[in-house]
Design a protein around this ligand. Sequence first.
Ligand code: PEP
Length: 249
Amino acid sequence: MRKQIVAGNWKMNNDLAQTETLITSLKEQKQTSNAEVMIAPTATNLWQAYNSLKNFKIEVIAQNMHFAESGAYTGEISGSMLKSIGVNTVILGHSERREYFDETDEILAKKVDAALGKGMDVIFCFGEELADRKSENQEKVVGDQIKNALFHLDSAAFRSIILAYEPVWAIGTGETASPEQAQDMHAFIRKTLADKYGSDVADSVSILYGGSVKPANAEEIFSKPDVDGGLIGGASLNAEDFFAIVNAF
Ligand code: PEP
């Protein structure tokens, strides 16, 4: 059985007081699904969030990390630093990191290696832009993103990888891939994995969908056989909405 996962990416939102308020609301929500729940607050609030949620079944994860262990990388945070405050999972390859911080497949491959080397789990994000979809190039783009950043790994490494298909045109736009578009792409991703690593690996990796998931559309998207959960941006900033999505399975 693949894990069902709903992860909230808070992006650069919520100062310390707002983080505490939102976590208090999250603790009041009732979970009726079996999904694993994760939240990714901003780096300055990870320690606070980790301590507040220590006894709850909500994992606190990071939005990014550097590939180096330590050294002259002003402003950056390493996997060891995250691990030292109890953070064991990191989001890598988000389209906003690719677009605004020039993260290439090559950099991401190094970040993936660094995270796995620290024994961390990775939520690896990728997705095509609108122009790629309009030119029906989406499978080529997504296939290349996966191959370039992940296909140097051995099959055992995939126990620590969660994939997140996030079409760029659907992130923060209110525009969602249809459940059929999501299913088609997730099936393609699983086949890409199966061709390289075999069906045991392909069938065991959780593939999340991200892009304007809301309480109103989560159930239909999550009902698709190859969609194992969601990476949620905007709707994760409201505890009721986030848990409505968590409970949409
Ligand atoms: C995201 O940033 O990963 C995301 C999916 O954002 P949103 O849900 O706001 O589209």
